[in-house]
Each structure stands twice: as C-alpha cells, then as structure tokens.
Design a protein around this ligand. Sequence first.
Ligand SMILES: *Cc1c(COP(=O)(O)O)cnc(C)c1O
Length: 355
Amino acid sequence: MNRIHNFNAGPSILPLEALNEVREEMMNFGGMSVLEISHRSKEFDAILEETKSLVAELMKVPAGYRILFLTGGASTQFAMVPMNLMDKAADYSITGYWSKKAVAEAKLVGEVRTAFTSESEKFSRCPKADEIKLSDGASYLHITTNNTIYGTEYHEFPNSGNTPLVADMSSDIMSRELDVSKFGVIYAGAQKNIGPAGVTLVLIREDLAARSYRPLPTMLKYTTHVENNSLFNTPPVFAIYVTRSVLRWIKRSGGIAAIEKANRKKAALIYDAIDRSNLYKGTAAKDSRSLMNITFTLPSDELTEKFIAESKSKGMVGLKGHRALGGVRASTYNALPIESAMALAEFMAEFEKKA
Ligand SMILES: *Cc1c(COP(=O)(O)O)cnc(C)c1O
C-alpha cells in the first residue's frame, strides 16, 4: 500500500499497524463485526477494560483517578469542566485559539480570571511556571498544554498548589512523559494522538468528579459517567476499539518514553531545517516550541502557496497552516514515521535552494 506523508493537524495519521489490526479483526466477533456488537456484550466489556488499563499503564495513572471515554469532543469538556467544577470563579491561562474557546464556555457558568495570556505576543509562547497568577477562591486553573494552531507547548507546568490543575491535552496526549498526579483533570479528543474522531479521553480525580454546585443535565455530569463506567448510554464503540489498537501499538513501541524520544527526533529534524535556513521563520518562541505542531512562515503568500503545492506533488499532505496564523504547519503526532519528518526536512532544503 502507498502511504503518503500525512501531516494533517486532526484527525490525523494513525499507526499503520493499528489500522491493519482493525482490518484483520473486523469480523472476529462471533459472526459479527465490531461495528455490530452490543455495548453491553462481554466482547465490548473486554475492549473497554483493556483500553482503560492501557491508559492507566501507559500514563502511570495513580490511584484515585477515573478514566472515562466520553463523546462531544474536547469542545464539550470546555463546558463540562466549569459546569461541574466551578463554584464562582476559575483561573484560565490563555495561550491560543482553543484556550479562548474554553474561556467562552466557562464565562457562561461563572467568572473567568486571566492567569496568563500571550495574546499580545500573537500567542507565540506559553508561560513559565512562575508567570501564572493564581487568584483567591478560584475553583481550578485551566491550561492548554499544546497549542495546535500556534505551534507552542508548555515545557514546564504551573505549580498550582491547592488549586486543581485542569488541562486540555487534545494535541499532545501521550506524546511525552508527565506526572499525572500534578493534574486534577486531563482531557483530550482522541483524534490527534491516540485514536480516531468520536471519543474523548477524560482522566479525573475522584474528589473533583464528585463536586456538585448546580443541577445539570444527566449526560453533562461527571458522576453519571463515573458511576456507570462510561456506559450510561451507548459509548462510541468503534472509536474506543480503534483507540485500543493505537494504545497497544504505543505499548509495543516501548511506551510513552520511547514515543517521546521518537517525537523529539522528528521535531528536531524540522526545527533544525528552520534554524539553518534564511527562508523559513519559526513562529513559536524557541523555549515554547511544540513537539507536535511545527509552524513556520515563508516571506510571501506566493512562496507559501508554491511550497504547499510542491510538497503535495512529493507526497506530503496537510502542511497548510491554520488560517489564524497562515504559513506552514507540520503536525508530527505520535504515529508520524521518522521517514516523513526526514522527507519534509529534505524538501525544505531543496525548495530553499531553488527559491
Ligand atoms: C482539536 C482541539 C480541540 C477541539 O477538539 P474537538 O474534539 O474537535 O472538540 C480542543 N483543544 C485542542 C488543544 C485541540 O487541538
């Protein structure tokens, strides 16, 4: 099969081994496909439990946390977090487009206080730990660990003390090792790093899941999903199933430590190509550079368009930057092979020679 170099920002590349496993196993469910089984069957129960224990094992989730598989994307978590966890106010660190979306939802529930913002710097960086301003009486501090559009990532996490830290990790979940115990809630749409669209992973500390400040619709309460083990209603069976195959692949690859090492190598190839060049300009501050979304510009829109068109003809897709920033964005998620990063770095050098 001819696989292209897939730099899509999301949904994005999945490991070929995981896709093959899904294809091979498609009909292996007692005369049925996985798409046709009941979510109350013992077959699905096995899938759900294995997926959960893979999350727990790979991320080294400590005792006292619940692992949930929900629907509605990270965008629904923007609302569920404040609805469930905010008493009167919460602190938000604003580092890009998705942080602002989270803030907009939180404002519908209560008072949002700005703990940090890099908006006046065109979202070119994330804060250092000591730049975060915590406020009195905030129910939690919300951060976006990787800014998919602006190509920035936290390289140190705020020390929020007794204020629970809530993190949107949609675009860097399981891309690097971290200490889950520093976080009260971690949520991520699966479709960038760990699976297909349709399922949202939520890790939540039990004491936070039990918070209750207001009556809420059943589906929007964390307790509903905690008490029913993500089976209150029909969960996204197929998306969870494919996620299991991706997590199995991460485990076979050596776990998150090995994935992180590979991610660092891939990102270094492309950042080196930027730093060596007189043509490309990275948009992120160096100490905030993302391992997952690498953003850079060329001197004119014309050259950018030429770059995108030529890269396509060399079998590279998904490199057009988000309209908010323009330029080029190479998403180098877990499943992107090193060969794709090498191909891009080579193409960048060749293109510059001709330009
Ligand atoms: C893609 C993305 C989202 C939106 O996720 P949905 O699952 O589409 O709601 C939120 N936050 C970040 C950081 C993202 O990259």
